[in-house]
Design a binder for this molecule. Structure first.
Ligand code: 8YV
Length: 313
C-alpha cells in the first residue's frame, strides 16, 4: 500500500474539509508542530489562525506546502516559508463579496442599533411605541472611509455606492483598476478619519497596520462616527477603542474581529451597548466556506505533488 502524504492539520476541521481530504492524506494532530524534528511531514493545513512560525518550519525538512483556509495569512511566517521555498496557499477572491456583505451587516447594525433594538423588542419593557427612543445614525448619503481597498474593500465600496454614500479610501497607493467606474476619493488617513461618518478597516494585518487605529486616530474621528473592523483585531488598539466608545469620542463600533480574539469574557468592551460584535464571521456562509474548503484542499494536494498552487502568497 502506498503511503499517504503526512499533513499536520488543525484538530477541528469543517465537514467539508474532512470529506475532501478523506483518503488523500494522513492527518496528524496540531501538537505535531510543537513536537520533535520530523522528516516525514509533507504538509500543513491551517483551518483557523494557529501560528506557523519559522521555528516550526525548520523542524520539518521535507515540508512541501502550507495551505491556508482563508485569504489572510498573518498567522503564518510567509517570509520564512519563502526562504525555505515552501509555497503558502490561500483562498482569495471567492470570499470578497461575502466578507463585504458582513461589513455592511455590521455597518447597518451598528448605525441603526440593531442589537439593542432586538434585545428591547423581546424584553418585557417593550409595551408601547415611543418615537423618541433608540434613534440611530443615518446611513444613506453619508461619507464612508475605507481603509484598505483590495478585493474585499472594492466590494464594500460597490455596496456603499448603492446606499448613495460618498466614498473615501486610503491605501498605500491609489487604486489602479476601477472596473465599475465607482466614484472613489483617494485621501490621506488623517483626512479619511476627519471626514468619515463610517470608517471601515479591511486592510491586511502587517507590521505597518498593527495598531493603525489608536488613541490619536480616535481623537481625529467625528464624535458621530461608527468604526467597523472586518480586517484583523490588532489593526485597532482595543484599549483605545474601549475608551473612545465609553467617552463618546465615537458613536458606535461594529466588530467582526477583536484583539485578543475572543476577548476575555469580562472585557469591558463586551458590556457596552454601542458595540456590535460577531465572532469572525466574515466569510461564514455555507456557499463560500465550501469554496474555501475546495481551494485550500486543491492548493494542499498540488503542493504535495510539487506542482504550482491555484493561489499562493
Ligand atoms: C476565514 C478570514 O474564515 O479569510 C480570512 O482571512 O479572516 C476568514 O474569512 C478564516 O481565516 C478561516 O480560517
Amino acid at each position: 500500500m502506498t503511503q499517504l502524504p503526512r499533513v499536520i492539520t488543525d484538530d477541528v476541521l469543517s465537514d467539508n474539509l474532512i470529506e475532501l481530504l478523506d483518503g488523500k492524506i494522513e492527518r496528524l494532530p496540531w501538537t505535531t508542530l510543537e513536537g520533535p524534528d520530523d522528516d516525514s511531514i509533507d504538509g500543513v493545513l491551517t483551518f483557523g489562525h494557529m501560528l506557523v512560525t519559522a521555528e516550526h518550519m525548520s523542524r520539518f525538512p521535507n515540508l512541501k506546502v502550507i495551505s491556508n483556509y482563508g485569504v489572510g495569512v498573518d498567522h503564518i511566517d510567509v517570509e520564512a516559508a519563502h526562504k525555505l521555498n515552501i509555497p503558502v496557499g490561500n483562498t482569495p477572491h471567492i470570499l470578497n463579496g461575502t466578507t463585504a456583505d458582513q461589513a455592511m451587516t455590521l455597518l447597518l447594525a451598528a448605525g441603526r442599533r440593531l442589537r439593542e433594538g432586538d434585545i428591547y423588542a423581546r424584553s418585557p419593557e417593550f409595551t408601547y411605541f415611543d418615537p423618541a427612543y433608540m434613534l440611530g445614525t443615518e446611513i444613506h448619503h453619508q461619507t464612508v472611509g475605507i481603509i484598505g481597498l483590495g478585493g474585499i474593500g472594492y466590494q464594500i465600496a460597490r455596496r456603499c455606492a448603492a446606499f448613495d454614500m460618498k466614498i473615501l479610501y486610503h491605501k498605500r497607493t491609489p487604486l489602479a483598476d476601477n472596473p465599475d467606474n465607482l466614484t472613489l476619493h483617494y485621501v490621506s488617513l488623517d483626512n479619511l478619519l476627519e471626514q468619515s461618518d463610517f470608517v471601515i478597516c479591511i486592510c491586511p494585518l502587517t507590521k505597518e497596520t498593527t495598531g493603525l487605529i489608536g488613541k490619536e486616530e480616535f481623537s481625529k474621528m467625528k464624535n458621530s462616527a461608527v468604526l467597523i473592523n472586518v480586517a484583523r483585531g490588532p489593526v485597532v488598539d482595543t484599549a483605545a477603542l474601549t475608551e473612545a466608545l465609553e467617552n463618546g469620542e465615537i458613536y458606535a463600533a461594529g466588530l467582526d474581529v477583536t484583539d485578543p480574539e475572543p476577548l476575555p469574557r469580562d472585557h469591558p468592551l463586551l458590556s457596552l451597548n454601542n458595540v456590535t460584535i460577531t465572532p469572525h464571521l466574515g466569510s461564514a456562509t455555507i456557499q463560500t466556506r465550501r469554496k474555501m474548503a475546495e481551494i485550500s484542499v486543491e492548493n494542499l494536494l498540488l503542493g504535495l505533488r510539487g506542482e504550482q498552487l491555484l493561489h499562493s502568497v
